[in-house]
Design a protein around this ligand. Sequence first.
Ligand SMILES: [Zn+2]
Ligand SMILES: [Zn+2]
Length: 367
Amino acid sequence: MTHSSTPTTTALLRALVLSLVLVAAACGSDASETEAVDDDAVSSTADAVAADADDATEADDDHGHDHDDTSVDVGLFFEGALTQEPTIEDCTLSDGTETTCYQITVAGDPVTYEAGPFCPTSTSDTAEAGGIWFDGTGVYDLDGEFFLNIAELYDDANWLMYDEDGNINVTETAEEFDLAARPDVDPELQNHCVEGRLEWLENGEPVASTVLIPVEPHLTGSATTSGGNLGVTLDGVVIAQSAPVDAILSAYTIAAFDDCGGHYNPVDGYHLHGAVGCSETGDAADGETPMFAYAMDGFPVHSPLDDADAADLDECNGHTTDELGYHYHANGAEENLVLECFMGAIVATDDAAGGRPAGPPPGAEGE
Ligand SMILES: [Zn+2]
Ligand SMILES: [Zn+2]
């Protein structure tokens, strides 16, 4: 839960301050009269060069609001969420901009909570025993009652997910998981609640993902979509596209989510489909919700607003506030889509080092 400034961030801040000083010096002006430079921290070039990292950080906090409001802060990721220190790489954005990006590798399993539970095992189980399900219209607790009523919910008598003793059919082995968590669900595994486990992934390891996110996100003035992942949580997991609910339901399966809105599939490991308040930073500005992720365009993603209508969000659920700058609010989990689009430029897909190809067809996610 440590949110410390990383060496990389500190180095960047120091470089920024030094470059401001150098600009001031090159202009031949007295640095103490230059607006862009903190006149306490930087009374002369020599002092600034000698200034330690803390002073540099304070100078930036006081006077560098543009920088603070728009730069990705890799120090916000929870400890353990990244498998290595982010690096800065050249990258080309979807609008042709050549810039620099953080190359960030998220660990692939949440570090602030334990994934699961997903499926309850008995029709008498309470909500504690299971996670949630959302299908584009509602969010449902996966308790025993849900499975007793599912034929009614989906108005289809072929749903029968439990035996005469009330035992719910749940994927119980890695093989069953593989056969059920795919577009062409094995007929034997219809009417199963599908859940995966970390130990059923290849080598029993989380699936790390590497993404490229612009260091300085910028708004393009129009919305763009991506077939790839939508972002990464501060907890170290990817935010995936919508779960392919139609394919899942047509196979009489439920690809259960845990109470944080994530689940496993055999290929991608743990990933998030719904924002329900997990992985958040501890604090929120007045009238705001806490941040929990970065979108692929580098803008922060905050939890859903109670009253999104009052916030005058744009078509991608973003808005600009004095305190936070531009940021998104996730859709409610019931929508099965954390973010519909990006207002900022994202990295052209070919640049996504180590990333999986964007644009899988619906249902190809593997559920
Ligand atoms: Zn999924
Ligand atoms: Zn907001």
